[in-house]
Ligand binder design. Structure first.
Ligand code: TXA
Ligand code: MG
Length: 330
């Protein structure tokens, strides 16, 4: 790693956290760990700082950003007309891997919401993210810290590989908090109508939402735009092919990558990129495994998706998008 890159990476001492909070205050960008994936943060009230998030990510300007807050008492600064079921969800699953889409307050400007009348809010569970939020005190707008359309980073090094060259080493920071413990992005729940609706699956599952709210999930299609819902999001450079878990045999040319739970055998000639022991472990290691495939310059990665119905639903959702260009053998 070059010297310049080392300036960006900081371990998370109290000094590093207060420097990072000061950097946010001064309008700089701070990439920080969360339990889902790393975020690229800016002061959510600073339009020019938020504009830099878009240019660093190469993301279209009309895609809304999630505002991260440090405590529940800040929720009504950013959102109004909050339904009771959203409060129930917030009480049960925050801090945690869940984003609520709520009617926005005046504080949530168009440059955060992409001009929509709603705002995404999350209290992350990672202690470093919480320490940063508490020190900064305001809302931190943060998308995943990857280039638009690429895989979300789950380590500080992956952040540096994705966007390091677009950051300003004199101002911006990457906080290194180790690998993200969940590994896939938060569950996004739209809370704008009588029933909650899932816009993006994650570790907070349907059953958990129904259990917390006592309501059934709304299944009709939402009017809301969400970039994570684009067909080819979360794609590595290698082509991803999904295999049938029941009959995964594939004639494998030498040097392709292979990702599957540990009880599946690797086809001859394939490079094993990950062998997760269960679905949680699968979520935790998936993005790094896909990155490893790219680092090894593999052109094809075969994946056997998990078949469970907890976080496995989110894993299959991301894999389907990652495989959109490569195709599916299922
Ligand atoms: O786990 C996560 O949610 C991570 C960490 C850093 O918190 N963040 C994340 O942000 O995944 P991002 O921007 O990569 O994905 C957030 C998704 C986008 O698809 C965006 O369109 C959607 O949330 N979103 C944000 N605000 C929204 C809103 N007001 N209405 C609908 N969708 C919204
Ligand atoms: Mg993202």
């Amino acid at each position: 790693m070059s010297t310049e890159n080392r300036i960006l990476l900081s371990n998370c001492t109290a000094t590093a956290i207060s420097n990072a909070a000061a950097a946010l205050q001064a309008g700089a960008l701070v990439a920080f760990p969360t339990e889902t994936v790393y975020g690229l943060g800016a002061d959510a009230t600073n339009e020019s700082a938020v504009a830099r998030i878009y240019s660093v990510k190469g993301r279209p300007a009309d895609h809304p950003l999630i505002v991260h807050i440090g405590q529940l008492s800040q929720l009504d600064q950013w959102a109004i007309d909050i339904p009771d079921y959203a409060i129930a969800l917030a009480r049960d699953y925050w801090p945690g891997p869940m984003t609520l889409i709520l009617k926005r307050s005046e504080k949530a400007k168009d440059f955060i919401t992409g001009g929509q009348d709603s705002v995404g809010i999350r209290i992350p569970a990672n202690p470093i993210a919480l320490a940063l939020l508490h020190e900064f005190t305001g809302g931190i707008a943060a998308p995943s810290a990857n280039r638009f359309g690429a895989i979300s980073p789950t380590t500080a090094h992956a952040v540096n590989d994705e966007i390091g060259e677009f950051l300003n080493p004199a101002k911006d920071l990457i906080l290194d908090g180790g690998p993200s413990l969940v590994g896939v992005e938060s569950t996004i729940i739209e809370c704008l109508e009588d029933l909650p609706r899932i816009l993006r699956p994650g570790a907070i599952t349907e059953e958990m939402i129904e259990g917390s709210t006592g309501l059934k999930i709304e299944r009709s299609k939402s009017q809301t735009r969400a970039s994570g819902l684009l067909d080819t999001h979360y794609a590595p450079k290698a082509k991803v092919f999904l295999l049938d878990p029941v009959n995964p045999v594939v004639a494998c040319i030498a040097g392709v990558g292979f990702i599957a739970a540990e009880n599946h055998l690797t086809p001859d000639g394939a490079i094993r990129l990950a062998s997760p022991i269960d679905d949680d472990d699968y979520a935790r290691c998936l993005y790094e495994a896909l990155r490893e495939g790219d680092r090894k310059n593999l052109t094809v990665i075969y994946v056997i998706p998990p078949s469970g119905d907890g976080v496995a639903i989110a894993i299959r959702d991301r894999l389907q998008r990652a495989s959109r260009e490569g195709g599916s053998l299922r």
